[in-house]
Ligand binder design. Structure first.
Ligand SMILES: C[S@@+](CC[C@H](N)C(=O)[O-])C[C@H]1O[C@@H](n2cnc3c(N)ncnc32)[C@H](O)[C@@H]1O
Length: 265
């Protein structure tokens, strides 16, 4: 299996759609910031089941394509789109090799998706290539120093081999990296947070281990060593937890990068 196949299998494990509900507020907030309406053609790169960007953008009247390396997510995405009464074009695609014409989209988004393509420069070039002159690229990525960035470190320390051959996905949570990976686009940056909640730290760790593809895969790879990682995750969550009633509440910070592609001529 090559790396792309391995990544597809990893992200197809568990149920991204179940995890997506925890962060689904990020997309609508970003759509409001960028401004999306009926005249816009929108691409949601690494859309998952579309709950963050693709479906809310279609509900605003935009024409939407949602693409992802793992078409398994489209089963839930199609169901959610039907429930929302909107149509999305679902396309299997690697963020680093998008099967779309140059300059096709008015708005190109990715919430915590483009960051997982191992070749950051290729993914950045593709986001820019498919966005029309004068259009907008808007992406979110976890801060390396935030809850999710640090959690990836905890998991990474327990893995026998690194999850990816590329740079750290959370490098996309640094403005300099975004500028370097998508040159020639005028970006503004700010940070935001999403608050993750669960009935308990143990329930949260087990929910992720059952549903979040990379952790499902890590658990399977670790076999008898999984309990050590589970303990490390629970200890880490206890450090970050701000709830005092036995439940879990953590703030996960992310970088919002909004870039205007220069107009033609
Ligand atoms: C953390 S999820 C985010 C999904 C969605 N954007 C959301 O906010 O709900 C990461 C997504 O990236 C997809 N993905 C990972 N690597 C990819 C790649 N190289 N190209 C396209 N999609 C990829 C996964 O299948 C998964 O759907």
């Amino acid at each position: 299996m090559d790396e792309r196949e391995q990544n597809r299998a990893m992200w197809s494990a568990g149920s991204w759609d179940a995890v997506a509900t925890l962060i689904a507020g990020v997309g609508p907030k970003l759509l409001d910031e960028v401004g999306v309406g009926p005249s816009d053609e929108v691409l949601d790169v690494a859309t998952g089941s579309g709950s963050s960007i693709a479906i809310p953008a279609a509900q605003r009247g935009a024409t939407v394509v949602g693409c992802d390396l793992a078409p398994q997510h489209f089963v839930a995405g199609r169901r959610r789109a039907a429930e929302a009464g909107v149509e999305i074009e679902w396309v299997e695609a690697d963020a680093a090799e998008l099967p779309f014409d140059d300059d096709r989209f008015d708005r190109v988004f990715s919430t915590f998706g483009h960051m997982f393509a191992p070749d950051h420069a290729k993914a950045g070039a593709e986001l820019a290539r498919v966005c029309r002159p004068g259009g907008t690229i808007a992406v979110t990525a976890w801060l390396p120093t935030g809850y999710a960035g640090r959690m990836f470190e905890v998991v990474g320390r327990h893995l026998p081999v690194p999850a990816s051959s590329g740079p750290r996905p959370v490098a996309w949570g640094e403005p300099e990296h975004v500028r370097e990976m998508i040159p020639g686009v005028d970006f503004t940056f700010h940070t935001d947070e999403v608050v993750l909640t669960a009935p308990s730290v143990e329930q949260f760790a087990d929910f992720y281990a059952e549903n979040f593809g990379p952790l499902v895969t890590a658990r399977q790879a670790l076999g008898p060593d999984w309990p050590a990682l589970r303990d490390a995750i629970i200890a880490f969550d206890n450090e970050w937890n701000t709830a005092t009633d036995g439940s879990l509440s953590v703030s996960a910070e992310y970088l919002v990068s909004i870039g205007r592609v220069p107009a033609a001529g």
